[in-house]
Design a protein around this ligand. Sequence first.
Ligand code: SF4
Length: 338
Amino acid sequence: MSEKQPRVMSGMRTTQSLHIGNYFGALKNWLELQKQYECFFGAMDWHAMTNAYKKPKEIDEYTKDIIADWIAWGLDPEKNVIFIQSMVPEHLELSMIFANLTPMGWLERVTTWKDAKEELQQSDAYNLGRFSYPVLQTADISIYQASLVPVGKDQVAHLEISREIVRRFNRLYKAKLPEPKPLLTETPLITGTDGRKMSKSYGNVLPLTAEPKKIEKLCKKMVTDPQRVTREDPGNPEVCPVYDFHKLYSTNEDLQWVMKGCTTAGIGCGDCKLKLAANINEKMADALAKKKDLLKDSRKLDSIIVEGSRRARTEAQKTLAYVREMMGFSDYSPWGDS
Ligand code: SF4
């Protein structure tokens, strides 16, 4: 791992298994980033706890499932540091330090808190952990002294509070933690099986990795062009969610087959969906086999997780020692637990 590569930090909350929206919105970018940056990729289970705290066992299961998916789809656990957030306690320590220097007003203004108040209250997630989420997020980045955070264009503003917190820390203690900068990445809007934005809460997700039969079943249930009522009616692929999925998974030849067949009523929606399922299953086959292999022998996956988290912790401890030093706290490292 070259020291010269800029350091990137990114993570995913572990509240559900991955769907293809997570792939095209994040994982696909990570697979590219690993080629040119030193990357820290975290399974963020403390963040998952902010709203899924009633089901911690599920969080734990999703955490492993998600890491298995990352590796199955090509994230290299040797080149990248792949870790579980809760296995690196320094995240919480730095978060506590940052919490003290973060004025309440900064957090109250965060739109994902302000605008989601009602929804959070209804789901019993209007809590301190969720409120202080941006502080922990800042610690997640700064504990590795990462200088870059991959974000979509519409999320750049979310990083601003992290930059403000780090600036404040640096000013107060004359420190030099890097101010994280956004690394702009593509985050296309992925529609779900019903044509709305893909979201677990809508029940319209297509899993990133699943058995072929399940994919076929989900494809069969997909919403189509509402104007195409019978097999004899020509349809319009441009308003059909099935065609949106074809654009992600099918070859140009198949796209032309759909376009021509649909607009002339030459094919039925059933044919179109079966072709889509076959194309998805073909693209998923390798990753599915790798994921099953990883989950079958849990010792293999566990050792990858432990090793990645150990590497993450080594870096986190260095940062925390620096943070304490800059704050003027005594160095008790001879009494440390590592
Ligand atoms: S043929 Fe395909 S693209 Fe056309 S309406 Fe049916 S499912 Fe949609």
